[in-house]
Design a protein around this ligand. Sequence first.
Ligand code: MCN
Ligand code: FES
Ligand code: FES
Length: 907
Amino acid sequence: MIKRTLTINGVEKSVITKPDTSLADVLREQLRITSVKVGCGTGQCGGCSVIMDGKVIRSCITKMKRVKDGTSIITLEGIGTPNNLHPIQLAWIANGGAQCGFCTPGFIVSTMALLESNLSPTREEVRDWFQKHKNVCRCTGYKPLVDSVMDAAKLMRGEITEDDLRFKIPEDGRIWGTKYPRPSAIAKVTGTCDFGADLGIKMPSDTLRLALVQAEVSHANILSIDTSEAEKMDGVFKVVTHKDVVGKNRITGLITFPSNLGDGWERPILCDDKIFQYGDAIAVVCADTEEHAKEAAKKVKVEIEQLPEYMNAYAAMAEDALEIHPGTPNVYFTQKIVKGEETAPVFDKADVVIEDDFYVGRQPHMPIEPDVGFAYYDENEDMIISSKSIGIHLHQAMIAPGIGIDPDKLKLTANPAGGTFGYKFSPTMEALLGVACMATKRPVFLNYTWYQQQTYTGKRSPFFMNVKFAADKEGKLLGMESDWTVDHGPYSEFGDLLTLRGAQFIGAGYDIANIRGEGRTVCTNHAWGSAFRGYGAPQSVFASEVLMDELAEKLNIDPLEIRYKNAYRKGCTTPTGQEPDVFCIPELIDTMRPEYAEAKKSAAARSTDEVKCGVGLALAVYAAGLDGPDSAESCVELNEDNTVTMFSSWGEHGQGADMGTLGTAHEALRPLNLAPNDIKLVMNDMRTTPNAGPAGGSRSQVVVGQSVKAACEALLDAMRKSDGTFRTYEEMKAENIPFKYSGTWTAPCTDCDENGQGNPFPCFMYGFFMAETDVEIKTGKTTVTKMTMVADVGVVNNKLVVDGQLYGGLAQGIGLALSEEYEDIKKHSNMKGAGIPYIKDIPDNINLIYVETPRPNGPFGASGCGEIPLASPHAAIINAIYNACGVRITKLPAKPEKVLAALNAKK
Ligand code: MCN
Ligand code: FES
Ligand code: FES
């Protein structure tokens, strides 16, 4: 043990600790300074940044033995407080710098040190600083963060006032369509927002800390699990294995379609007979400290019989491949698309036919916050599981039978989430917490390392695609044939629905009268497929958007014009035969025209023999809503002080469920002239908030928003007097009128049939992307120098949120195009290895342009927006690479070595 006396935020504190304990652990666990966030835990993300003796350091890799007595440490708590915000914090709020907010403390601390050394940085100097200090953000696309630093510096130099940065409510009192900051912004920029790990360490002292024992092979029979040595280790309370699970020990994948050959019950909570993928959970050690739990986890012995590992769809489809789940074929679901006439004669008669193969891979979600949660029994003996769930009611249904608990006795609540990007559409630790809590009858807390985040949670499912277009010589599409194979890993969770996305979105955006195709879902031993922002669109649209450029080239038509010619117009239908909600694509393309002309000129002027510059386009359509009669419920209550409380299960990834709910409710309740602060939010707690469905498929603004609107309208109806004015709380009470109202909404939609035909979605989102890239000929390295997106997400609820969604989604698209993958489990199990974009990988030059076509099915005309920015920016980048240097990378990611090999092959 060592003793250190440190000056923390100006106050002297002594700590006694182990020499090898990290400064981050001492600050968080011993001193309870929880603004310091641990993301990667290995020095790659800057989440744990603090200022040590004037310099920014990463406290997760700073051992206490290297921290001298008398050292000064500044954390976010020492920079500003909710009632006394520092200019940097004010600027962060004004620019929407905190989406999930998990990276925010690290960035603000880092900015503080920058501005102390240089109060007038250029934007490039700010970017260099964050690059050098490895500050990573997965939500914002970085531009709003640079904007924040520039504003903070201006304020600190006295060039603007605080008032200039504070939001002012417009005279009409309306916040719909404005940049009103999200309600959680102050807590996020001051480090007072408690995320799951912060709440976990503040649990009562008898809380058990958990550690996972994970599989280290991808496919094996389990012969035995020996926990005897682990049980004897210091501090161990219990080692929980499948034998302790009283329920079915399975998480149900909720089969969507009857033709699915699986039963959806294949994911074990804790492996019993078999290991299906690397990282599978085999046991959970429950101990007094995290350190003890982790030490004991290393002592659990698992005897296995290795089986052949089928690491991609084609390996698992081989004739001699074993059934990964005995009794269920590895190809367990097929989906056809049959629209219009047979395509064979159409292709025979066409002037031109073009065909290519495409692959979009296993993109990892890479939230900065690793998965985290805790469970306990409450005063009613109900089991409460608190996690990053973005679908609390859905997850209750998926895990209760497996744990062996009456669903009525199981309640889920959501902690503030440090980003999920879809992986939390699946329960990833909720069932583990449930079985550990039940087996020990103690509160339990599980905080994954980032390695566990990467190796145990789902990934984007790879699509192998072959797509063929038939067209006339003017470039009008006459037909399409498509074939797609979905590698969904070992667990079926929503794999059938994902496969349907191929039918719905390959070729979306274009009037294609005749389509034939088939897709299939394949069980493999690589990472299980979970929802990821875009859910099938980044795969499907990539194929048709790159092929569209190939067709344009063959016909010598400009890529913009061929898209314009084929865009949805009145009278045409989507690939599923549905009439689009609006016909905005020609306007999106027209809006892009001048930008495109400018970009082409600039690329031509900048290109040299060493660096070739190019411009690429891609269109995207994606749905806002889940298939068919998707529905949601929300409640609102009039309070004694004439404010109202909204009860909503709008799931929060970090995207802005709080702002979405507040903005929609405020607009719906405008007749009451409430200030935004008069609307209180109770969110995502099954004890009080009704089922609104999961926050996937960019559905919440539309479907949950409609239910918020309906609840508010019901309250207004109850409050309305005959003269059109509204009753107060006292008047309602006097007349015995109830105060609380529920609103529900169901999409007027039908599921797709076995031919992929139907009217599945209430609203669509549209985007037209342009990428400008530089390709270094010697190395094959691609740099995206500018992204432009013309977006139609309907009427915008909150401009700050929507801008943030688009910036962040575009940045993930750049990652998908150029660097991100999770193919090689060892190499890609850390952030850097998996290709997370740092600030210098994302251009500062991002241009967002809006077309706001009101949606008939959206609340106040809004559609969704979360996923459209990731639907096809990567296709635009790949098209830009081709435009720059003549190589077409159809299998992502386009890493330098791949581009270089293609350049060399071309020579
Ligand atoms: N919005 C708006 N006006 C519109 C449309 C949307 O102001 N016309 C706002 C909404 O109020 C909401 C946000 O934009 O705050 C996204 O709305 P919507 O598209 O309805 O999506 P959801 O709220 O259902 O959020 C989920 C969506 C998905 S599916 C993923 S995955 C995702 C995403 O949003 N993961 C994210 N955005 C993310 N952003 C962050 N920072 N972190 C994630 O994990
Ligand atoms: Fe310390 Fe990532 S750098 S948590
Ligand atoms: Fe930066 Fe979420 S706001 S990681």
